[in-house]
Write a protein that binds this ligand. Sequence first.
Ligand SMILES: [Zn+2]
Length: 185
Amino acid sequence: MAWAQVAQGLKIARVNAAQAGKIIKAADGLMTDVKGLALAVTAADCLPIYFYDPVKQVIGLAHAGWRGLAKNFPARLIKKLAGKYKSDIKQIKVFVGPHIKSCHFEVRPDVAAKFRDYPKHLRKRPSKIFIDLAGVVKEQLVIAGLKPENFKVFGGCTYDNKNYFSFRRDQGKTVKAMAAFIVLC
Ligand SMILES: [Zn+2]
């Protein structure tokens, strides 16, 4: 297994067998074509995003928070994956795992301003603004060439469901997070 250290940055690492058991420094995205080598990220409200090309047998995994989404991180990953492994983006399947949904992801106006290109995914309520992060991911990936039917999202919200860790809800001194992983068999 190779772990992304997770740094709310834009680094995407191509992982090979020599990196099994390692933590990939400062990376928020991993990709590989090595069978049996699991990729892993942690998340607790942020989005774990899984990528799979069943034709080229390539996988990718991203950790993305609002900072990454504001910089189009999921689209960067799918383009890099397609470029490095000669994948056709139209064949890639994407799944977004448990994360904080628009019911609880309230943001300050300065954060909302970074998403002004995605008005469909801003939910305005009296004196409050919420963002549908997975909606933003879908729009970014479809613009990058993903087929809409190849995009799926986990149904629940980490803040609502106590079975999940939630950074916003728990506000603990120690950060507790879920591990997301993907592996080619
Ligand atoms: Zn919620």
